[in-house]
Design a protein around this ligand. Structure first.
Ligand SMILES: [Zn+2]
Length: 496
């Protein structure tokens, strides 16, 4: 029988970028296109980050989990992703709510930035290459707006500087807003508004008396004031990633007006294409409706964590593709929790078998069957991820690989073949950001535990059962579960 190694052409290190065409749905062209970055293997990716004015919202966290997943997969496929996710710390809502809380803007946004980053860590969402705060880029924003004014794309009004959407012929292309059907009578000063209200939008807002009294303002050629929300991302994206970026992503609610306005500002100033691929993540809904504090169907991240593991929430998110709507229910969370437990159980069984006796050193039909299944699963998993990050299909292949491993372990395990299968399985889990904190067997821990369990065995032989049981109880307290098997005592770390 000819041996073949699993994963030699897989998605681990050394795979060539060009061998794996990735297709991504682009909102601008409204179709799936083959992904080609401007300067491979480098990929520049910008995700609109949170407005830091409240607890993390499980709807927004879905968007950021999707961004993380996309970045992971591109990295797996050999790209070097430079990933920027901004922190919106100055716009209408942060100013309003910090005032209501009696805090300075900085105290208020620092607090919620910390809360947000903790959420990322819990969900195993990797930190971006940079998380720029909007307030750190105001001089560059002033310069950008000045360029738009000089070019005739923007004008000063009594309360601020506005972008003239008539000067950008492509306005509406991203979101499909039809300007001929919109009655254009006035400008819009607010950061958020609907398609029906497409108007000239604020690039710079002159300080209000409240902002002046609270010290929330910056100097500019148009007097004291602050940037509008839309200009912030255009400027941070350009400063950190350049004038044309490969991927710009965000929640579906950002298509209009936020991203439409970003395109208009950026392309008017530079005369270059701003973004090569526009990705938009669908909302998380509750009972078929958009989740919102005012709708009374709001579920916070902390409420989830009271009942479930962050791993289960991550699994729940990726059980649906990022571009499809996802409906939150507690039953769905329960199901995700059970599924994640099963996937983790396979890792436990593998660890036990790799620690167990060496009673199979051969390579036969069972080993060949295992590695063939695992290899096929790995390839199909990769193909699904290449197809616009189709996680539900990929998860199906992950479960098939787990099933093949589970079945193999029911018999005596060839540790070489099993370790190879487990490496592929861990690789798939890692691509999805699941069970990252779990490593393979730890040799040092194994040796210490062998000594402790040997001692317990000696005590039992000497009929000192009380002491032997005390060792087991103390280990249980320390999170180590002992199981007596025919081949001796086995141990595993229980999940904390
Ligand atoms: Zn943005």
């Amino acid at each position: 029988m000819v041996l073949s190694l699993v994963g030699s052409s897989g998605f681990y290190g050394g795979s060539k970028v060009r061998e794996h065409p990735i297709r991504i749905y682009d909102t601008m062209t409204r179709r799936k296109r083959q992904f080609k970055p401007l300067n491979p293997p480098e990929v520049t990716m910008y995700v609109c980050g949170p407005t830091v004015y409240g607890e993390p919202h499980i709807g927004n966290l879905r968007t950021f989990t999707s961004g993380d997943l996309i970045r992971r997969w591109l990295t797996r496929r050999g790209y070097r992703v430079i990933y920027v996710m901004n922190i919106t710390d100055i716009e209408d809502k942060t100013i309003r709510d910090s005032g209501a809380a009696g805090k300075t803007l900085r105290e208020f946004t620092d607090h919620y930035t910390g809360v947000f980053l903790r959420g990322l860590d819990l969900l195993q969402i990797g930190r971006a290459t940079a998380h720029p705060r909007a307030t750190a880029y105001v001089p560059q924003m002033v310069e950008f707006i000045s360029g738009l004014v000089e070019g005739g794309f923007a004008y000063e009004a009594e309360d601020g500087v506005y972008f003239d959407i008539d000067r950008f012929p492509g306005y509406g292309r991203l979101s499909g807003v039809d300007l001929s059907k919109t009655e254009r009578t006035e400008r819009v000063a607010s950061d958020s508004y609907d398609k029906e209200d497409a108007q000239d939008f604020a690039l710079w807002k002159k300080a209000t008396p409240e902002e002046l009294s609270r010290g929330i303002f910056f100097e500019s050629p148009w007097g004291k004031g602050r940037p509008g929300w839309h200009i912030e991302c255009s400027v941070m994206s350009r400063e950190l990633l350049g004038e044309t970026i490969d991927i710009h992503a965000g929640g579906e609610d950002l298509v209009f007006p936020h991203h439409e306005n970003e395109v208009a500002q950026s392309e008017s100033l530079t005369g270059k294409q701003f973004v090569r691929f526009w990705l938009h993540m669908r909302f998380l809904k509750v009972g078929g409706r958009r989740m919102g504090k005012s709708l009374g169907n709001y579920v916070s991240f902390d409420q989830i964590l009271e009942k479930h593991s962050p791993e289960a929430l991550r699994y729940f998110y990726i059980s649906t593709q990022y571009r499809r709507p996802l409906d939150f229910t507690w039953q769905a969370m329960e199901a995700a929790e059970n599924t994640v437990r099963r996937l983790g159980n396979t890792l436990d069984l593998v660890d036990d078998a790799l620690r167990g006796p060496d009673d199979n050193l051969d390579y036969g039909e069972r080993e060949d069957g295992l590695l063939k299944s695992v290899r096929a699963g790995e390839e199909a998993f990769g193909a699904a991820m290449d197809d616009d990050f189709d996680t539900p299909v990929a998860l199906g292949h992950l479960h098939a690989v787990a099933g093949a491993i589970n079945e193999y372990i029911t018999g005596p395990a060839n540790k070489g073949a099993l370790a190879e299968a487990a490496r592929v399985y861990r690789g798939m889990l890692g691509a999805l950001g699941l069970f990252e904190e779990r490593r393979g067997p730890d040799e040092a821990a194994d040796r210490v535990m062998a000594a402790v369990l040997g001692l317990r065995d000696d005590l039992r032989k000497a009929k000192n059962y009380a002491f032997a049981d005390m060792i087991r109880d103390r280990l249980t307290e320390a999170g180590v579960t002992i199981q007596d098997t025919a081949g001796g005592a086995a141990w595993r770390m229980s999940k904390g």
